[in-house]
Design a protein around this ligand. Structure first.
Ligand SMILES: Cc1cc2nc3c(=O)[nH]c(=O)nc-3n(C[C@H](O)[C@H](O)[C@H](O)COP(=O)(O)O)c2cc1C
Length: 214
Protein backbone atom coordinates (compact mmCIF):
# COMPACT_ATOMS: atom_id res chain seq x y z
CA UNK A 1 0.00 0.00 0.00
CA UNK A 2 1.65 3.21 -1.12
CA UNK A 3 1.10 6.27 1.01
CA UNK A 4 0.79 9.51 -0.84
CA UNK A 5 3.71 11.66 0.18
CA UNK A 6 2.23 14.98 -0.75
CA UNK A 7 5.28 16.99 -1.54
CA UNK A 8 7.49 18.15 -4.35
CA UNK A 9 11.08 17.24 -4.95
CA UNK A 10 13.22 15.05 -2.74
CA UNK A 11 11.71 12.77 -0.12
CA UNK A 12 11.63 14.61 3.19
CA UNK A 13 13.62 11.83 4.79
CA UNK A 14 16.44 11.73 2.25
CA UNK A 15 19.76 11.71 4.03
CA UNK A 16 18.28 11.19 7.48
CA UNK A 17 19.84 8.42 9.52
CA UNK A 18 16.90 6.44 10.97
CA UNK A 19 18.90 5.66 14.09
CA UNK A 20 19.49 9.38 14.58
CA UNK A 21 17.31 10.30 17.48
CA UNK A 22 18.87 13.70 18.04
CA UNK A 23 16.87 16.73 18.96
CA UNK A 24 18.04 18.60 15.87
CA UNK A 25 16.10 16.19 13.68
CA UNK A 26 13.26 17.42 11.51
CA UNK A 27 10.17 15.50 12.75
CA UNK A 28 8.69 15.12 9.27
CA UNK A 29 11.96 13.81 7.92
CA UNK A 30 12.17 11.36 10.82
CA UNK A 31 8.53 10.43 10.25
CA UNK A 32 9.21 9.78 6.58
CA UNK A 33 12.11 7.43 7.40
CA UNK A 34 10.25 5.54 10.13
CA UNK A 35 7.14 5.21 7.92
CA UNK A 36 9.21 3.87 5.02
CA UNK A 37 10.86 1.31 7.34
CA UNK A 38 7.46 0.30 8.71
CA UNK A 39 6.14 -0.22 5.17
CA UNK A 40 9.04 -2.61 4.57
CA UNK A 41 8.74 -4.38 7.95
CA UNK A 42 4.99 -4.72 8.44
CA UNK A 43 3.23 -7.12 6.04
CA UNK A 44 -0.23 -5.64 6.64
CA UNK A 45 -1.42 -2.07 7.04
CA UNK A 46 1.76 -0.40 8.25
CA UNK A 47 -0.23 2.81 7.84
CA UNK A 48 -3.00 1.77 10.27
CA UNK A 49 -3.28 4.33 13.04
CA UNK A 50 -5.52 4.83 16.03
CA UNK A 51 -7.39 8.09 15.58
CA UNK A 52 -8.75 9.75 18.71
CA UNK A 53 -11.46 12.38 18.61
CA UNK A 54 -13.73 13.74 21.32
CA UNK A 55 -17.44 14.44 21.19
CA UNK A 56 -19.11 17.74 22.06
CA UNK A 57 -19.04 16.78 25.78
CA UNK A 58 -15.31 16.07 25.61
CA UNK A 59 -15.75 12.29 25.90
CA UNK A 60 -12.86 10.66 24.00
CA UNK A 61 -13.44 8.18 21.18
CA UNK A 62 -10.94 6.14 19.20
CA UNK A 63 -10.84 3.85 16.16
CA UNK A 64 -8.35 2.69 13.53
CA UNK A 65 -8.10 4.45 10.16
CA UNK A 66 -5.48 4.35 7.43
CA UNK A 67 -2.96 7.13 7.00
CA UNK A 68 -3.27 7.98 3.33
CA UNK A 69 -0.87 10.87 2.97
CA UNK A 70 1.41 13.21 4.80
CA UNK A 71 3.50 16.25 4.13
CA UNK A 72 4.87 19.10 6.20
CA UNK A 73 1.34 20.35 6.86
CA UNK A 74 0.17 17.13 8.45
CA UNK A 75 -1.39 13.67 8.27
CA UNK A 76 -4.35 12.80 6.01
CA UNK A 77 -7.02 10.12 6.37
CA UNK A 78 -10.33 9.63 4.55
CA UNK A 79 -13.76 8.91 5.93
CA UNK A 80 -17.49 9.63 5.89
CA UNK A 81 -18.31 13.05 7.36
CA UNK A 82 -21.66 11.69 8.59
CA UNK A 83 -19.97 8.96 10.65
CA UNK A 84 -19.52 9.25 14.39
CA UNK A 85 -15.97 10.51 13.92
CA UNK A 86 -17.17 12.95 11.26
CA UNK A 87 -19.76 14.37 13.63
CA UNK A 88 -17.21 14.52 16.46
CA UNK A 89 -14.77 16.38 14.22
CA UNK A 90 -17.51 18.82 13.19
CA UNK A 91 -18.20 19.57 16.87
CA UNK A 92 -14.57 19.54 17.96
CA UNK A 93 -12.08 19.78 15.06
CA UNK A 94 -9.09 18.38 16.91
CA UNK A 95 -7.62 14.89 16.93
CA UNK A 96 -4.73 12.72 18.03
CA UNK A 97 -3.18 9.75 16.28
CA UNK A 98 -0.85 6.95 17.20
CA UNK A 99 0.98 4.50 14.95
CA UNK A 100 2.55 1.46 16.62
CA UNK A 101 4.89 -0.92 14.84
CA UNK A 102 5.34 -3.88 17.15
CA UNK A 103 8.08 -5.59 15.14
CA UNK A 104 10.14 -2.38 15.04
CA UNK A 105 9.47 -1.42 18.65
CA UNK A 106 8.41 2.05 17.61
CA UNK A 107 5.50 4.37 18.20
CA UNK A 108 4.65 7.80 16.80
CA UNK A 109 2.03 10.08 18.30
CA UNK A 110 0.73 13.39 16.99
CA UNK A 111 -2.07 15.76 17.94
CA UNK A 112 -3.48 19.01 16.79
CA UNK A 113 -6.31 20.77 15.00
CA UNK A 114 -7.97 19.13 12.01
CA UNK A 115 -9.03 20.60 8.67
CA UNK A 116 -10.70 19.12 5.63
CA UNK A 117 -8.59 18.46 2.56
CA UNK A 118 -9.60 20.32 -0.60
CA UNK A 119 -12.28 18.85 -2.86
CA UNK A 120 -9.60 18.39 -5.52
CA UNK A 121 -7.46 16.28 -3.15
CA UNK A 122 -10.44 14.20 -2.05
CA UNK A 123 -11.57 13.71 -5.67
CA UNK A 124 -8.09 12.57 -6.68
CA UNK A 125 -7.82 10.06 -3.86
CA UNK A 126 -11.41 8.79 -4.34
CA UNK A 127 -10.72 8.25 -8.04
CA UNK A 128 -7.69 6.10 -7.15
CA UNK A 129 -9.80 3.61 -5.17
CA UNK A 130 -11.19 0.38 -6.61
CA UNK A 131 -14.57 0.88 -8.26
CA UNK A 132 -16.14 -1.50 -5.69
CA UNK A 133 -14.68 0.55 -2.83
CA UNK A 134 -16.08 3.73 -4.36
CA UNK A 135 -19.51 2.10 -4.67
CA UNK A 136 -19.23 0.88 -1.08
CA UNK A 137 -18.41 4.39 0.15
CA UNK A 138 -21.60 5.65 -1.51
CA UNK A 139 -23.75 2.80 -0.22
CA UNK A 140 -22.52 2.74 3.38
CA UNK A 141 -24.15 5.09 5.85
CA UNK A 142 -21.10 4.68 8.08
CA UNK A 143 -21.85 4.40 11.82
CA UNK A 144 -25.65 4.32 11.32
CA UNK A 145 -27.61 1.21 12.39
CA UNK A 146 -28.18 -1.34 9.61
CA UNK A 147 -30.76 -4.14 9.98
CA UNK A 148 -28.49 -6.92 8.72
CA UNK A 149 -25.78 -7.68 6.17
CA UNK A 150 -28.40 -8.20 3.47
CA UNK A 151 -29.51 -4.58 3.86
CA UNK A 152 -25.91 -3.46 3.29
CA UNK A 153 -25.51 -5.68 0.22
CA UNK A 154 -28.87 -4.47 -1.14
CA UNK A 155 -27.66 -0.88 -0.79
CA UNK A 156 -24.47 -1.79 -2.66
CA UNK A 157 -26.52 -3.50 -5.41
CA UNK A 158 -28.77 -0.45 -5.75
CA UNK A 159 -25.82 1.91 -6.18
CA UNK A 160 -24.16 -0.53 -8.61
CA UNK A 161 -27.32 -0.57 -10.75
CA UNK A 162 -27.72 3.21 -10.57
CA UNK A 163 -24.18 3.98 -11.75
CA UNK A 164 -24.20 1.24 -14.41
CA UNK A 165 -21.06 1.53 -16.52
CA UNK A 166 -20.79 5.23 -15.78
CA UNK A 167 -18.56 7.24 -13.52
CA UNK A 168 -18.64 6.74 -9.75
CA UNK A 169 -18.16 10.26 -8.43
CA UNK A 170 -17.15 11.02 -4.85
CA UNK A 171 -20.19 11.59 -2.67
CA UNK A 172 -20.17 14.97 -0.89
CA UNK A 173 -20.16 13.31 2.55
CA UNK A 174 -16.93 11.41 1.90
CA UNK A 175 -13.69 13.33 2.16
CA UNK A 176 -10.28 13.58 3.80
CA UNK A 177 -9.15 15.27 6.96
CA UNK A 178 -5.69 16.57 7.70
CA UNK A 179 -4.37 16.60 11.28
CA UNK A 180 -2.11 19.65 11.56
CA UNK A 181 0.22 18.52 14.32
CA UNK A 182 1.07 20.89 17.12
CA UNK A 183 3.28 18.12 18.52
CA UNK A 184 4.80 14.89 17.22
CA UNK A 185 6.38 12.33 19.53
CA UNK A 186 8.73 9.51 18.58
CA UNK A 187 9.14 6.52 20.90
CA UNK A 188 11.68 3.79 20.47
CA UNK A 189 11.80 0.62 22.51
CA UNK A 190 14.76 0.34 24.85
CA UNK A 191 16.11 -2.50 26.96
CA UNK A 192 14.58 -2.91 30.43
CA UNK A 193 11.89 -0.37 29.53
CA UNK A 194 14.42 2.44 29.30
CA UNK A 195 12.84 3.68 26.11
CA UNK A 196 13.78 6.71 24.03
CA UNK A 197 11.21 9.47 23.70
CA UNK A 198 11.50 12.76 21.89
CA UNK A 199 8.61 15.17 21.58
CA UNK A 200 8.71 17.90 18.94
CA UNK A 201 6.55 20.97 19.51
CA UNK A 202 5.98 23.70 16.93
CA UNK A 203 8.20 26.70 17.57
CA UNK A 204 7.50 29.50 15.11
CA UNK A 205 8.23 28.17 11.64
CA UNK A 206 10.28 25.28 13.05
CA UNK A 207 10.16 22.64 15.75
CA UNK A 208 11.65 22.34 19.23
CA UNK A 209 12.54 18.84 20.38
CA UNK A 210 12.66 17.71 23.99
CA UNK A 211 13.76 14.34 25.25
CA UNK A 212 11.35 12.88 27.80
CA UNK A 213 11.73 10.28 30.53
CA UNK A 214 10.14 7.08 29.29
C1 LIG B 1 -7.12 -1.64 9.66
C2 LIG B 1 -8.34 -0.74 9.62
C3 LIG B 1 -8.35 0.34 8.75
C4 LIG B 1 -9.45 1.18 8.68
N1 LIG B 1 -9.40 2.27 7.87
C5 LIG B 1 -10.43 3.16 7.87
C6 LIG B 1 -10.35 4.38 7.13
O1 LIG B 1 -9.32 4.70 6.49
N2 LIG B 1 -11.41 5.21 7.15
C7 LIG B 1 -12.56 4.92 7.86
O2 LIG B 1 -13.50 5.72 7.82
N3 LIG B 1 -12.65 3.80 8.59
C8 LIG B 1 -11.62 2.92 8.62
N4 LIG B 1 -11.69 1.78 9.39
C9 LIG B 1 -12.94 1.52 10.15
C10 LIG B 1 -12.91 2.35 11.46
O3 LIG B 1 -12.08 1.73 12.41
C11 LIG B 1 -14.32 2.54 12.06
O4 LIG B 1 -14.93 1.30 12.29
C12 LIG B 1 -15.24 3.38 11.16
O5 LIG B 1 -14.55 4.45 10.54
C13 LIG B 1 -16.38 3.97 11.98
O6 LIG B 1 -15.86 4.74 13.02
P1 LIG B 1 -16.74 5.88 13.75
O7 LIG B 1 -18.08 5.23 14.04
O8 LIG B 1 -15.98 6.22 15.00
O9 LIG B 1 -16.88 7.04 12.81
C14 LIG B 1 -10.59 0.92 9.48
C15 LIG B 1 -10.57 -0.17 10.38
C16 LIG B 1 -9.46 -0.97 10.45
C17 LIG B 1 -9.45 -2.10 11.45
Amino acid sequence: MAIERLRDGEPAGAGVDPSDFTLSSDPFALFDVWMAEAERAEPEDANAMALATADADGLPDVRVVLLKGFDRRGFVFYTNTQSTKGEELAANPQAALVLHWKSLGRQIRARGPVERVTDAEADAYFASRHRESRIGAIASQQSRPVADRTALMDAVAAVTERVGDGAVPRPPHWTGFRILPSSIEFWRNGEFRLHDRVRFVRDGAGWRGTRLYP
